[in-house]
Design a protein around this ligand. Structure first.
Ligand code: MG
Length: 266
């Protein structure tokens, strides 16, 4: 039980979820999603159709002039862990999750933004479902776009690659094979709270996975949770981009972000 608790702590980002030994609850006793006929992690939810993507959409996409480069393949100086420097492996132009070294966070924090990154799940397949190539891209410190090896690997649809984890499966499944590089192009709209701390705008996201739209301005129900209903955390204006250590050696490369301004601004 202790091991489960420890792992669950790692799973959750910087959000509002409390640690929970909830693994056994999957597909059975999880709460109903508000307004939907599905439970959180519902195994009966329809499986998104597979779409074979183009080979190299946005691979090596050069950062625009106003982008903030978070990882150019050389070092983790723009990243930190919860306990200090980020300790993932860097080699051959990519970073790789080192098991039990913890999630890593961008030192700079962002609100509305455009994010580009590339990832590869391990070429060697030695597990299934959530144990296969699991990581995640958390926007604003708490809203996960799932990274998983979802190539011929069933898992609950709201947990497959591209899912807004525990909330929305991707519209379709355009993943590539284990070990192949894939691209995420993500446009994130941060949540807003009024001066009294009341949520007045939910976070929303548009996501292209390998050049295929898998979410179009989809609202998050809350910050990512496992086996619980998502909910919004503390009001804030910015948050880090977090990459998840879920124990699998997932690789990332070419990470850059552009904060988005408002219309009609100089
Ligand atoms: Mg994940």
């Amino acid at each position: 039980m202790k091991k489960l608790l420890a792992l669950t702590v790692v799973l959750i980002g910087g959000g509002v979820c409390l640690p929970t030994a909830a693994f056994a609850k999957e597909e059975k006793e999880t709460p109903m999603l508000p307004g939907l006929p599905w439970r959180v992690h519902d195994a009966k939810r329809p499986v998104p159709r597979v779409v074979t993507p183009g080979e190299t959409f946005s691979h090596g996409a050069p950062p625009p002039a106003d982008a903030i480069v978070l990882f150019d393949g050389t070092d983790l100086s723009k990243w930190r862990s919860n306990k200090g420097p980020a300790r993932w492996k860097v080699e051959n132009g990519y970073m790789e999750v080192v098991k039990d070294s913890g999630n890593i966070f961008s030192i700079e924090e962002f609100a509305d933004c455009q994010l580009h990154l590339e990832f590869a799940t391990p070429a060697r397949v030695d597990d299934k479902s959530q144990g296969r190539g699991n990581s995640g891209v958390f926007l604003f410190g708490g809203f996960e776009v799932q990274v998983l090896d979802s190539y011929q690997n069933w898992t609950y649809p709201d947990g497959q690659c591209g899912a807004l984890y525990g909330q929305w499966p991707p519209l379709v499944n355009p993943v590539k094979k284990p070990g192949e590089w894939q691209s995420y192009d993500i446009i994130f709209e941060a949540p807003r709270w009024d001066d009294s701390g009341k949520l007045i705008k939910r976070a929303a996201v548009t996501v292209l996975l390998n050049g295929v739209v898998i979410h179009h301005r989809k609202e998050f129900m809350g910050e990512t949770c496992h086996a619980e209903l998502a909910r919004y955390g503390k009001p804030r204006t910015r948050g880090p981009i977090m990459l998840q250590d879920h124990g699998n050696p997932v690789r990332f490369r070419n990470i850059w972000v552009r904060p988005l301004g408002d219309y009609d601004q100089p």
